[in-house]
Design a binder for this molecule. Sequence first.
Ligand code: SF4
Ligand code: SF4
Length: 100
Amino acid sequence: MKNFKRVPVPPLNHINDYPMGSSCESFHITDQNSGWRVFMPVINLDKCVSCYRCYLVCPDGAIHQNEDQKFEIDYDYCKGCGICANECKINAINMVKEDK
Ligand code: SF4
Ligand code: SF4
């Protein structure tokens, strides 16, 4: 898994200082939150058409595009909510039971 860089959080004094959704790297808003995940989303890259929908709706900004323009999930920050799988219109994301 790619190791994403921690982004220091600046002082938040005004509403405009708050980072917005998936425009931020993982960990900009949350700490690692994968410990209680029961189902994990898995992207089927053979089906994915790179529409960005999952990227935009993930509440934790845990979905990114890698250097090959493929979408990937940072499982350290994915809480397994399933929103991305629910919103993918071509069902390219499957929720798979964790085995841990
Ligand atoms: S919503 Fe589905 S098709 Fe769109 S980028 Fe995400 S996985 Fe790919
Ligand atoms: S399951 Fe939830 S937290 Fe994990 S990548 Fe999908 S939308 Fe983001």
